[in-house]
Design a protein around this ligand. Structure first.
Ligand SMILES: [Zn+2]
Length: 478
């Protein structure tokens, strides 16, 4: 590419409150359309919005986690535009006095760390949801509107134009989602629309300080789509510029089917929205003690936790990274580590077999008692069960939450070991397979493996193969 790519993101995040930002309507997802609506949501005459304290707490928490400077005084404004998803024909948002200014996030990037600076973090209300009949928004006969979502508290995070590729945008978003889900401010579900992202993208000659004309890309429904859409849009702009053309400032729609960006309309400037202070709300004044309280109750954030996991438990970089991928999994590991001292072995089981079983069953680590895994690993370490049995029992632990000690006893899964227990099985296998015995005596070592397999089958997998190998050789050896 002959140009440098310049990307800034606007992220919208639904905050995890039970009621909306300015009224007591429920924020529950997936209900009948238009049941969670009231005259305040609809902005009917005579109604007044009232702040949801919880939404402000969550917004401030997110701003603090993003190193953004929370303002003691901020203000709400009306952003006026006419569109069917907006029942009041204006959205209560923040314009020139946002909740928090600046901030940054460090992104881990192939062993290096990349810092993305933030412009601002502000609070606003969510719009309703439009559903277009037909295959695409370019040819629908009619549209339906659901106002359940209108008025849900929405956090807008605006980055500075610090991102240089679609790939970097994706890495930033992945780390942002991790950070915000750690703080519990949002469930960050892109598929349910609680995390959305729009991007501004422009090109400039390498080394130049100015910014080129930008386009805005919308409708990207996954992190993968963000990466693809931005790469596509950068190429589209490059072709125009290389041809001597000019970029028009406009909004583009990402078409997931065709994998291309399609220019939709001229981009509005902020003057098009006729912002003015919301007359129904006083400015938001925060006490320093309120901010301090939220700051001190911030959980340990993923970046810090990775470092601590490595120091405290002797894990390597990759292990620490995997264990911070969600908060539950790290909590599970640390709880189990209290009762089990081989931390590397524990980490392997958590990231490997446990994670696999969790995915299979659709459960989270928070639903499983860490003590059960400790019990299982102790059984295995003491040699009372073998590895295949341990794996089998782990699946049951995740399914039913039963004690592995009890299950091993009930099912007779404990390992068979010792000469007295194994010898009858070995003798049975030898007498049933004279050909294999003969073949071993003629010098074919491989025949042993076959006999070991026979005894393993007779013991239902509970014998130790090493021990069997020795015993069989002793019985049939010359
Ligand atoms: Zn309402």
């Amino acid at each position: 590419m002959r140009y440098e790519i310049v990307i800034g993101l606007e992220i919208h995040l639904e905050l995890q409150t039970r009621s909306k930002l300015f009224c007591s309507c429920s924020t529950a997802f997936g209900q009948e359309p238009n049941v969670n609506c009231c005259p305040i949501c609809l902005g009917l005459p005579g109604t007044l919005p009232v702040f949801n304290r919880r939404a402000i707490e969550l917004a401030v928490t997110a701003a603090l986690a993003l190193n953004s400077e929370v303002q003691l005084k901020s203000r709400f404004d009306r952003k006026n535009y006419f569109y069917p998803d907006l029942p009041k024909a204006y959205q209560i948002s923040q314009y020139d006095q946002p909740l928090a200014r600046g901030g940054f996030m460090a992104v881990e990037y192939e062993g290096e760390s990349l810092t993305i600076n933030l412009e601002r973090v502000h609070l606003e209300e969510e719009a309703g949801k439009l559903m277009h009949a037909g295959d695409s928004i370019f040819d629908s006969d009619y549209s339906l509107v659901d106002y359940n979502r209108a008025g849900i508290p929405l956090l807008e995070i605006v980055t500075k134009p610090d991102i240089r590729s679609g790939h970097e945008a994706r890495l930033f978003l992945e780390d942002l989602r991790l950070l915000l889900s750690y703080t519990g401010v949002s469930d960050c579900k892109m598929e349910e629309g609680s995390l959305r992202c729009d991007a501004n993208i422009s090109l400039r000659p390498p080394g130049s300080a100015g910014l080129g004309v930008k386009t805005e890309v919308k409708n990207m429904n996954s992190f993968r789509a963000v990466e693809m859409a931005l790469n596509f849009e950068a190429k589209r702009q490059e072709l125009i510029l290389t041809d001597g053309g000019v970029i028009t400032q406009e909004t583009c729609h990402w078409d997931e089917e065709k994998k291309e960006t399609i220019p939709l309309r001229g981009k509005e400037g902020s003057s098009d929205y006729r912002y003015f202070p919301e007359p129904d709300l006083l400015p938001l004044m925060l006490e320093p003690a309120f901010i301090e309280r939220l700051n001190s109750s911030l959980p340990e954030l993923p970046f810090r936790r990775r470092l601590r996991l490595r120091e405290e438990y002797g894990l390597d970089k990759k292990e620490a990274y995997l264990l911070t991928e969600n908060r539950d999994l790290g909590d599970f590991f640390e709880e189990a580590a209290k009762g089990y001292k081989d931390h590397r072995n524990l980490a392997k089981w958590v990231q490997g077999d446990l994670l696999f079983q969790l995915r299979e069953s659709g459960k989270t680590a928070g639903e499983i008692d860490p003590k059960l895994l400790v019990e299982l690993l102790n059984l295995l370490d003491r040699g009372e069960i073998n590895r295949p049995v341990a794996k089998e029992l782990l699946a049951e632990i995740v399914q039913s939450g039963k004690s592995p000690q009890m299950m091993a006893r009930e099912k007779g899964l404990k390992r068979i070991s010792g000469r007295d227990e194994l010898l009858p099985l070995v003798e049975k296998a030898i007498s049933e397979n004279p050909d294999a015995v003969e073949s071993y005596r003629q010098g074919r070592e491989k025949a042993i493996a076959f006999l070991v397999g026979r005894v393993m089958a007779l013991s239902a997998g509970r014998a130790d193969p090493g021990e069997l190998n020795r015993l069989i050789k002793e019985k049939i050896g010359n």
